[in-house]
Design a protein around this ligand. Structure first.
Ligand code: HAM
Length: 460
């Protein structure tokens, strides 16, 4: 009997895992310029955090959450016993609700202090129907800014996300930034009511799901995949015509900051997003080609009521999350991710077993000096060791043969030029020891060459 990873999940094999780590590091580097600090919250929360935060009427909470129970509580629930709400847990379908719960619990936004700027990276879980770009366990990198109500904060957030995608290599020409304002408690209720009425007026022509949504979450009808519903909703009232003065001014100011920063955007009055916490600005970045139907690589918006909803003091907030797997599809479609090769500095090849101790010792010294080195453990032929080195794309192969080792020397081959040098092993070790894990500057190959071209060497 053999097993596969569960439906809708994917193993991150080394090349993908390497890219994930690189992506997280790149986000940390770039977001730090904007004042963001890392935060890590649990992968599961009390279900109520998501119900209250994201909204019970959303698909994400209503249909897609993975419920978590201890074995004991599961047994009790099955037997019809009551389980305390504290023990009702769910895997996080997104990061915002948990981060905001943590911000409230630890009082991270002090009155009058600068906003709390936090970012996170990790797996999220949604029981969706799997397809290209839509997984049940996927990875997000997200950022949340709590305590800033001003429109410049919205623009800063959007710019940071765009800059991140650019730094990862997503071509600007393939990205489309959609923005909208969803209004606030002042103007949205009346708009929501007008959409509800619009759906009810077209009840005979719209799908069952949309008619049900008219009662629970009418704005979601804008996202209905049914072609006929989409045609009808194109004539529905637009939020842009229903914003109150404050929301209109806020939205105008966000666009002003984006214009000044040279960020292109498309205003989409039907952009409503799938989570209930949004107020005012919402945005989404779509990739134009090669994504199938899952073209959104990131999205977010403002949520000025969320902190109160999960039990905190009134605190404005906003954020975004990007989908790692979708970003990778976008990079592949744009031909940016052609190769993702492991970075190995050197390979130590043994001519025969007699030099194995020397090889092992040299590998230890080089690794202690901060170099990434592979050594043969399996007693392969010299030819197959060179093959492995070639596959690893190493810069230098150090060949240890009994005759050279007897003289205290090693043969070093530059894999690009095929130049070879005989070098004193003790010299190599002494020089690498001086590195002490510190880089000289320049590329690693330069550093290795600095060592390998030591003036006492005999060039062959
Ligand atoms: P979201 O739009 O639900 O927003 O997800 C953000 C991104 O996660 C999407 O644009 C997409 O790239 C990726 N994503 C979502 N679902 C899947 C899936 N099933 N498979 C693969 N990728 C997926 C949020 O999650 C909000 N928490 C963003 C936010 C933060 N808003 C304010 N702060």
């Amino acid at each position: 009997m053999s097993y596969n990873a569960p439906e809708g999940t994917a193993d991150m094999l080394p090349a993908d895992a390497r890219l994930w780590r690189y992506t997280v590091d790149e986000a940390a580097r770039l977001f730090a310029r904007y004042g963001y600090e890392p935060i890590d919250t649990p992968m599961f929360e009390q279900t109520e955090v998501f119900c209250r935060g994201i909204g019970e009427a959303t698909d994400v909470v209503g249909k897609e959450m993975f419920v978590v129970r201890s074995g004991e509580n599961f047994r009790r629930e099955c037997a019809g016993e009551n389980v305390k709400s504290k023990s009702k847990l769910s895997l996080r379908p997104e990061g915002t609700a948990g981060v905001v719960r943590a911000v409230v619990q630890h009082n991270l936004v002090e009155q009058g202090a600068a906003p709390a700027k936090l970012f996170y990276a990790g797996p999220m879980f949604r029981a969706e129907r799997p397809q290209k770009g839509r997984l049940r366990q996927f990875h997000q990198i997200g950022a949340e800014c709590l305590g800033a109500a001003e429109p410049s904060a919205d623009a800063e957030m959007i710019i940071m996300l765009m800059r991140f995608f650019e730094s990862m290599g997503v071509p600007q020409s393939r990205m489309r930034l959609l923005i909208n304002s969803m209004g606030d408690d002042n103007c949205r209720p009346a708009y929501r009511e007008s959409i509800k009425q619009f759906i009810l007026d077209h009840e005979d022509e719209m799908c069952e799901e949309c008619c049900r949504r008219a009662q629970t979450n009418p704005l979601r009808a804008f996202d209905c995949k049914n072609e006929h519903c989409a045609i009808i909703m194109a004539d529905a009232p637009k939020i842009s015509d229903h914003l109150c003065d404050d929301c209109r001014d806020h939205y105008k100011a966000v666009k002003h900051y984006l214009d000044n920063a040279g960020i292109e955007y498309v205003e989409d009055p039907t952009l409503v997003r799938g989570l209930d916490y949004y107020t005012r600005t919402v945005f989404e970045i779509q990739v134009i080609e090669g994504m199938g139907s899952q073209s959104a690589i990131g999205g977010g918006g403002r949520y000025d009521k969320l902190v109160e909803t999960v039990g905190g003091k009134p605190t404005p907030g906003l954020g975004f999350a990007l989908g790692f797997e979708r970003m990778v599809i976008a990079l592949e479609a744009a031909g940016v991710l052609t190769e993702n090769v492991k970075n190995v500095d050197g390979y130590i090849a043994c001519v025969d077993d007699s030099v194995r101790d020397v090889a092992f010792d040299l590998a230890c010294s080089m690794r202690d000096a901060g170099l990434c080195v592979e050594v043969d453990h399996q007693g392969r032929s010299l030819k197959s060791q060179f093959k492995v080195a070639g596959k690893l794309n190493v810069a230098r192969v150090i060949v240890l043969g009994p005759e050279e080792v007897a003289l205290g020397k090693a043969r070093v081959r530059n894999m690009n030029t095929h130049d070879e040098r005989l070098i004193d092993i003790e010299t190599i070790k002494r020089l690498f020891a001086q590195f002490d894990g510190q880089r000289f500057g320049g590329t690693l190959s330069d550093e290795i060459d600095t060592v390998f071209s030591f003036e006492n060497d005999d060039k062959e």
